[in-house]
Design a protein around this ligand. Structure first.
Ligand code: P6P
Length: 336
């Protein structure tokens, strides 16, 4: 008979390993799990419901908000406020950070930073999208209102990070700093089941993921690396395969499992890169390092060591198999 370990059972087992664990992080994860199940339902019927298509309003990024973006943001915000362990959130969909004003939330120990539905422009064309989240312990005193400083912490202080990928199946992949574990949602019984225990990314890979449409604007080191990936060399399995879905969670998830590198460098349109440090780069960097990989914003610039200054600041992202990130770093060091 198959042995199913559900996400709930896994979290409780993990909590038992840490006697001082108070169960608050467990409660936080149960709210993420609930919101993920609801988003699974909505994303998988988006083509049918009137919830697809732009909601009209533009978000803080100046991007036209898809209705599902708005819905996802509300769902995760409400779920995270319910349990009283979170004192506030920052979201791609919210210009300012959100204070949870209920008394029970003022004593919340954690803050959560979230991209509720990354890659949402793919919804209307039935391509996978995802939720990305990052969890910190607050630095402001318990009982007080959450402050901006609670959200502007370097990624090396994350207590947890993860993503939900709404793809051919819905998966929750997360880490609390003791390795990465993946859970696949079984909608017939409504539970996430442990399907990818202790995920490790291969040291090397044969996949590179980048939007080559921006090639002419890339830094020279990145251009040279792309040409390196395309050169024939049987000993290093080159040319590599170019795989780019245009949905960070999907490209990251595939490369995590198969080995590969995802690159979003600075371009003319995005001089600091396009991706957001706090709720895209930091959580992905936390996860990839827990899985044995690397995440840099430039030569010697470990993503997790960047001291944030603004909620929605962008940064370049080079993330994936350690040998591939090292090779890219060499090219940037040599060619700028
Ligand atoms: P481009 C989606 O908007 C996103 O933030 C990531 O999910 C994705 O990897 C990237 O932007 C795609 O950006 O400029 O290649 O379309």
């Amino acid at each position: 008979m198959e042995i199913i370990k559900t996400l709930g059972e896994f979290i409780i087992d993990q909590q038992l390993e840490y006697p001082d664990a108070t169960g608050e992080l467990t409660s936080l994860f149960s709210s993420i799990r609930l919101a993920a199940k609801i988003l699974h339902r909505e994303v998988n019927k988006a083509g049918l419901a009137d919830i697809t298509g732009a909601a009209g309003a533009d978000n803080v990024q100046g991007e036209q908000q898809q209705k599902l973006d708005v819905y996802a943001n509300e769902r995760f915000k409400n779920a995270l406020a319910q349990r009283g362990v979170v004192c506030g959130i920052a979201s791609e969909e919210e210009e300012q950070f959100v204070r949870f004003e209920e008394t029970r939330n003022l004593d919340g120990k954690y803050v959560v930073l979230i991209d509720p539905l990354d890659g949402s422009s793919n919804i209307d064309v039935n391509v996978s999208v995802g939720t990305i989240f990052s969890v910190f312990r607050r630095v402001s005193p318990l009982g007080s209102h959450v402050t901006q400083e609670d959200f502007l912490q370097p990624g090396n202080r994350q207590v947890a990070a993860g993503y939900v990928i709404y793809g051919s199946s819905t998966m929750l992949v997360y880490s609390t700093g003791n390795g990465v574990n993946g859970f696949t949602y079984d909608p017939t019984i409504g539970v996430f089941c442990l399907s990818h225990p202790n995920m490790k990314t291969p040291a090397g890979g044969t996949i590179y993921s980048i939007n080559e449409g921006n090639y002419v604007h890339f830094p020279d080191g990145v251009k040279k690396y792309i040409k390196y990936c395309q050169e024939e060399d049987k000993s290093t399995q080159r040319p590599y395969s170019s795989r780019y879905i245009g949905s960070l969670v999907s490209d990251f998830h595939r490369n995590l499992i198969k080995g590969g590198i995802y690159l979003y460098p600075s371009t003319s349109r995005h001089p600091d890169g396009k991706l957001r440090l706090l709720y895209e780069c930091n959580p992905m960097a936390f996860l990839i390092e827990q899985a044995g990989g690397k995440a840099l914003a430039g030569v010697g610039k470990r993503i997790l060591d960047i001291q944030p200054t603004e909620l929605h600041q962008r940064c370049p992202l080079f993330v994936g198999s350690p040998d591939m990130v090292d090779k890219l770093e060499e090219f940037i060091k040599q060619h700028g």
